[in-house]
Design a protein around this ligand. Structure first.
Ligand code: SAM
Length: 453
């Protein structure tokens, strides 16, 4: 979670916008938010968790667990929350870190294992082992509220991953390979733990169990200051599981500050957004687009201002005149100047990067020497402006057709395979959001094209 999780850099400690405009914008956003949450604090698992937290000196006065129509399980405000208020302050004793693992019965096994295990492996091993311990586990109340299954791409059926937009599909396949390698490279370490268990370790540390633990850390861990310990490999040791606090869902529209406070020795979250009583309280996991949210957290955010549609090199080339003798040169200029990736359509139309790449690709032979001016954002000619906008519109149209075809295919599959309905709905939401972006982009492009007609 929150960008401290494996493979991610931290963006959870973002600064809040402090000006008048951002305050007004936040208020407006806040007013339009929906709630309708139903409290879940009466549920036995939350009563147990509350007791467990209280024993560790944490009592929450601001929030209660609840279920919300759009986002599922999350936290709801008990009272109205002010801008700048600390909404949660979780004592160090509640955090599950590699320190917890080292202090446990696993510590001696980690210390003697070569090559040293990664901090991620230590956390995952602890989660699997404690889950296996059941009633005997000191962490049981926390383990009980963790999801039983996840929706990160690695957990989805291959036929569903196959329906992803191309760039996401490639990343999803990488994710699957990475988790499989994580499992196969950890098996010897798991075997070394056999003296701790009555059952065969293979049945405890199965692929399924490790996958569950990997997803738990990947979707829920908060970022803590890196530690360096010789008993671990060199990978960053920056993840901590933060029971209860990890029930907070993501909204791209809120801003928070979150960090471990060295003075209070608590992990604290301060919100920059006001929140009325009984509203869902959100934090922001980072300014992620929907493909990234699906890859890292297994969900899609509707109306996400950071959502976009990616245009890859092959699509660019597909729409260029095949007779352009300078095409290869143009592509290599784009590559050399880092203009071949992250070309997108967003809610505001084609990104500046996409339009710049298209302008360069559309340069007429006699304009070619001006390519540097294009990269600096200059206008070269009306013809160049027009042809690049026309090409953007064609690409947008191509994506719209592709998206409609995918939505039709998904709708058909939903009728055919009821068991896959939730997974299919997830990918359908992604495509539906992409379609809305493309429709907005097509309109903006039409208005940009108008002066050239
Ligand atoms: C840190 S947990 C948040 C609590 C989680 N909803 C739960 O019930 O345990 C992160 C996970 O919550 C879900 N989630 C977070 N924000 C969401 C949102 N805006 N809409 C839908 N699901 C969301 C995703 O499954 C994500 O992997």
């Amino acid at each position: 979670m929150f960008d401290g999780a494996p493979d991610r850099s931290c963006s959870f400690g973002m600064k809040m916008g402090r000006g008048r405009t951002s305050r007004i914008r936040r208020r407006k956003l806040f007013r339009s938010s929906v709630s309708g949450g139903v409290s879940e604090s009466y549920k036995p698992e939350f009563i147990e968790l509350k007791k467990w937290l209280k024993d560790r000196k944490f009592e929450d006065t601001n929030l209660i667990p609840a279920c919300f129509p759009g986002t599922g399980r999350g936290l709801m405000s008990k009272t109205s929350l002010r801008e700048g208020q600390v909404i949660i302050s979780l004592p160090e004793s509640c955090l599950l870190t590699t320190d917890t693992v080292i202090r446990s019965y696993l510590g001696a096994y980690i210390a003697k294992w070569h090559p040293p295990p990664s901090p991620l492996l230590a956390l995952c091993t602890f989660l699997v082992s404690e889950k296996h311990a059941g009633d005997q586990s000191l962490w049981k109340p926390y383990l009980e509220i963790l999801p039983k299954a996840y929706t990160c791409p690695v957990c989805l059926e291959p036929e569903v991953v196959n329906l992803f937009p191309k760039p996401l599909k490639a990343k999803a396949e990488e994710q699957r390979t990475r988790v499989q390698e994580f499992f196969s490279s950890s098996r010897d370490f798991f075997s070394s733990l056999q003296p701790l268990f009555a059952e065969a370790v293979e049945s405890i540390f199965s692929y399924r169990a490790l996958l569950w633990a990997w997803c738990t850390v990947n979707t829920r861990a908060v970022y803590v200051k890196p530690r360096q310990r010789r008993c671990f490999s060199a990978e960053p040791d920056t993840c901590a599981l933060a029971p209860y606090l990890d029930l907070l869902n993501h909204s791209p529209r809120v801003q928070v500050e979150a960090a471990f406070n060295e003075e209070t020795r608590c992990y604290e979250i301060r919100t920059a957004s006001r929140c009325r009583k009984r509203e869902e309280v959100f934090i922001c996991y980072g300014p992620h687009d929907n493909q990234r949210l699906l890859l890292d957290y297994g969900f899609v955010s509707v109306h996400n201002p950071h959502a976009c549609v990616y245009v890859s090199e092959d699509i660019l080339v597909k729409y260029l005149p095949s007779i352009d003798k300078q095409m290869n040169k143009k592509i290599s200029i784009l590559k050399d100047h880092d203009f071949i990736e992250n070309l997108t359509f967003g809610w505001d139309g084609p990104s500046w990067r996409l339009l710049t790449a298209l302008k360069l690709l559309c340069l007429a032979a006699e304009e070619f020497m001006c390519w540097k001016r294009i990269l600096l954002g200059e206008v070269i000619s009306d013809t160049n402006e027009k042809t690049s906008l026309d090409m953007a519109q064609k690409i947008c149209h191509y994506f719209t057709e592709e998206t409609n075809a995918m939505l039709e295919k998904i709708s058909h599959m939903k009728g055919e395979d009821v068991a896959l309905i939730n997974q299919l709905t997830l990918v359908e939401t992604l495509w539906t959001e992409e379609l809305k972006i493309l429709q907005a982009s097509a309109e903006i492009l039409s208005s940009l094209q108008a002066p050239f007609r």
